[in-house]
Design a protein around this ligand. Sequence first.
Ligand SMILES: [Zn+2]
Length: 309
Amino acid sequence: MLRIVVLGAAAGGGVPQWNCGCEVCRTARSAPSGLARTQASIAFSNDGHHWYLVNASPDLRQQLIATPQLHPKAGQLRHTPIAGVILTNAEIDAVVGLLSMREGSPFTIYGHPKVLAILKANSIFDVLNEKNVKRQDIEIDTAFEPPLPNGSPSGIEVLPFTVPGKGAWYLEGKAHPGGSSGTGDTLGLRIRDKTSGKYFFVVAACAEVTDDLKARLAGAALVFFDGTVWRDDELIASGLASKTGQAMGHIAMSGKGGAIEQLAGLDIDRKIFLHINNSNPALLSASAERSQLERAGWQIPADGTEIVL
Ligand SMILES: [Zn+2]
């Protein structure tokens, strides 16, 4: 059995974002709107005792406080149920939470060599002493089984695969510590419980849905998918920023070639958007965009949403 908790569903900046006065952010500040979201991360477990995170957002501390499953075990002075963190990219909203996981508890960081090279090049991450916090390379299209803290098999199989995307924006125009060639900056994951055979996908950043990606996702019980923007020029049209979704490595939800259209007809039981930017009008529950999305069989999760497969 797989238990999955959506720790946060928002894109970088969260909802509301600290310096944003857009409609969504203003509404989110007027509690109790139910609109507020922390930055994207999920936790999963197949035994209810040991948990793995997909990405560690800057809101991780708050997310852990809000999630009883991830609290230290009763009666233990120092403990965490978190056995590992699997990084799908090196953006700020995927890695900064690692810094909140200092204080000496052992766990393992799993990432593509290009992503781990970025951490290695930033000495602030040395606060995670490699004696306690191992860093483990993962390879594209090579499944791995993250072990439990005692070294025994977890019974979970993680298959990383490449998806079209971009490297971390703060490296734009700079030398990539992991080298400029090859893929690995943006990964999707298939996460499978070896006992039950149940699996789900996490594709939190994706610039384009290729035929290969469609073939992978077809027939899945559950897919978390990049929901950054509703339309490609949304940040420009609303006067918030000068970049399109594509320029940031994110496919739009709507329109020709958008995620809703591209993932239609793939026989996916449950489709959930993740990494939703505060500019996205679909966050507003009474919006036409939200109705359109729900009619197409998609959901926008609240933080803390728990799913069992
Ligand atoms: Zn905003």
